[in-house]
Ligand binder design. Structure first.
Ligand code: ZN
Length: 349
């Protein structure tokens, strides 16, 4: 059975949000239910604080100061949805540190797969701005840690959170060595993530957005991974895959409008494992992003863990796409946007 490292920590519950806020400490209780059911198969480790050097590879000093200041004068809000409590700076550092450790563990060979079960999430955080529940951009900090501390050059960040990861895209859009691919509901919060956003300057072509209308489910996602994420990954040839692992495209999620089953997260993990086996020695680390249904979080986390723990990588049969599925139109838009620079888009291999 592959060795699966999970980084989780009760201290991550100390980041308080106002009553009724969806990004609440109880999210981690749901994740822990999935961990408990598989306890004997997992290697658990507490989170560690990201150090200044790791955070400053992504965020300017002024942003770190802003988060520290907000925690000092807590309760404070950093944008209309994003709050700081007295422990928030420490918790955000723990989340970023856990993401780094998850990523570094799969490159060091310590683990075959790793999951950083963290909050607050990270992918909406811009270099100089907290937003959308996110304080530090955990997956971006982990990406830079791989490059500066593990000698990794090329990282693929696959973001399957229902929201577009504006922060991650903007942080890497000019960097040809970080390929950002996102499947998300569109148009939707935060408003970015159209098919025409393909990266800028030297990073042109290394951003792939798969914007889907609400109501999409397992068939759309599995085809999008096979026909779009797959060809992009094969072309880019990453050394590691990091997953911005939000579970808010789940059908029970109160914020997202998609209809993914819990099992689909397992199927997508198998698809990724097959790609990673071909490209980068199987190295995948997952960093929790959104997901606001307790049932969706528990079941979907369990499905990802089970797919990582499976001895054999499965090739899930692609379900039939309904006639007129929006996936076909998105494929055409992406072929037009990327042209011959990104070959194979639309082919299921
Ligand atoms: Zn989300």
């Amino acid at each position: 059975m592959p060795k699966l490292l999970v980084i989780e920590d009760e201290r991550l519950e100390r980041h308080d949000t106002p009553p009724g806020h969806p990004e609440a400490p109880a999210r981690l209780h749901a994740v822990r239910r999935a961990l408990g059911a598989r306890h004997d198969a997992l290697t658990l480790r507490p989170a560690r604080l990201a150090d200044d050097e790791e955070l400053l590879a992504v965020h300017p000093r002024a942003h770190l100061d802003r988060i520290e200041d907000a925690a000092r004068r807590a309760p404070a809000h950093l944008d209309p949805d994003t709050f700081a409590s007295p422990a928030s700076e420490e918790v955000a550092r723990l989340a970023a540190g856990a993401a780094c450790d998850a990523a570094l563990s799969v490159t060091s060979g310590e683990a075959a797969f790793a999951l950083a079960a963290v909050r607050p999430p990270g992918h909406h955080a811009e270099a100089d701005r907290a937003m959308g529940f996110c304080l530090y951009n955990n997956v971006a900090v982990a990406t830079r840690a791989l490059q500066t501390r593990a000698g990794v050059e090329r990282v693929l960040v696959f973001d399957w959170d229902v929201h577009h990861g504006n922060g991650t895209q903007h942080l890497f859009e000019a960097d040809p060595n970080v390929f950002y691919v996102s499947i998300h509901q569109y148009p939707f919060y935060p408003g970015t993530g159209s098919a025409g956003e393909i990266g800028v300057g030297r990073g042109e072509g290394a951003t792939l957005n798969v914007p889907l209308p609400p109501g999409c489910g397992d068939a759309e996602y599995l085809h999008a991974v096979a026909r779009l994420v797959g060809p992009a990954a094969l072309h880019f040839r990453p050394e590691v895959v990091l997953v911005s692992c939000g579970f808010d495209a789940h059908r029970d999620d109160p914020l997202g409008g998609m209809t993914l089953s819990s099992a689909a997260y397992g199927a997508m993990t198998h698809q990724l494992r097959a790609l990673a086996d071909t490209l980068c020695g199987g190295r995948i680390a997952f960093v929790l992003e959104g997901g606001y249904s307790a049932l969706g979080l528990a079941e979907s986390t369990g499905a990802v863990l089970d797919a990582c723990l499976a001895d054999v990588v499965e090739s899930p049969a692609l379900p039939r796409l309904r006639a007129g599925s929006p996936v076909w139109g998105v494929i055409e838009s992406l072929r037009a946007a990327h042209g011959s620079a990104l070959p194979g888009l639309g082919s299921a291999g």
